[in-house]
Design a protein around this ligand. Structure first.
Ligand code: HEM
Length: 215
């Protein structure tokens, strides 16, 4: 049976291409983050041991970043519609204590992504865009010479701020994936159980059953 159709016990959540792109982004992110942090401060230079040493890190960091951003753009674009903020997201955020205590029955029904996932998605999109934009300005070998030094310095600060925000966002994202049991399976195998969907994303669960009800 195609992975795009629900089975009696499982619902499809992420197709094969989406999963391959996600894990490709993870590898590129790990390389870009380690090489970038190694270049950022001598105290973090030990991270260059993971990315081929100082010269290789400096040379490859911008290419790894561009590759990550390009795959991310292709990955994130189709997710845009499901990550638009809706009125019920405000209520979900207002009940953050219930979220953290796992009292999901008190929350409004959640669509494919909850408000926390949507905010992280938007943070990732904004950080990626800012990193690419400022990355060109501070890429001394090819581009910095075309810009005034003040713009390059400002870009350097923005690049560092965006990188820290992205790293912090990814740490929260990983913690959330570990916290909600069953989510990792969604990104590894592409499927979730009916129980997982009903518990965590009930509005999406109903939508999936409706759209599969013709079978
Ligand atoms: C080891 C690191 C990571 C783990 C374990 C992980 C895990 C996951 C999981 C389990 C999902 C599916 C959530 C669901 O279906 O509800 C997901 C979705 C997603 N991941 Fe990751 N991820 C990692 C790193 C990253 C990185 C580095 C990025 C981008 C910089 C990223 C961006 C996304 C996005 C945008 C989604 C879709 C969520 C949405 O659209 O709101 N992930 N990830």
């Amino acid at each position: 049976m195609s992975e795009n159709f629900p089975t009696p016990e499982m619902l499809p959540r992420h197709d094969y291409l989406t999963r391959v792109m996600h894990w490709t982004i993870v590898l590129a992110f790990a390389f870009a983050a380690c090489s970038g942090l190694a270049l950022f401060h001598p105290a973090l230079f030990f991270l260059a041991n993971l990315t081929g040493g100082g010269p290789w890190s400096a040379l490859l960091h911008p290419f790894a970043g561009l590759f990550m951003a390009a795959v991310f753009a292709r990955f994130a674009l189709p997710l845009w519609a499901d990550n638009r903020l809706e009125p019920r997201d405000r209520q979900w955020l207002g009940q953050i204590e219930d979220v953290l205590a796992g009292r999901e029955d008190r929350l409004p029904e959640v669509g494919k992504y909850n408000a926390g996932q949507k905010l992280l998605y938007l943070l990732m999109v904004a950080c990626m865009a800012l990193l690419v934009l400022t990355g060109f300005l501070i890429w001394r070998r090819y581009f910095s010479g075309y810009f005034p030094i003040t713009a390059v310095r400002l870009a350097l600060v923005c690049h560092a701020v965006a990188a820290f925000a992205l790293v912090a966002g990814v740490i929260v994202h990983i913690a959330a994936a570990a916290w909600v049991r069953g989510s990792l399976g969604a990104m590894m195998r592409g499927k979730v159980t009916l129980g997982w969907a009903y518990k965590h994303h009930r509005a999406w669960f109903r939508e999936m059953l409706r759209s599969g009800s013709g079978r």
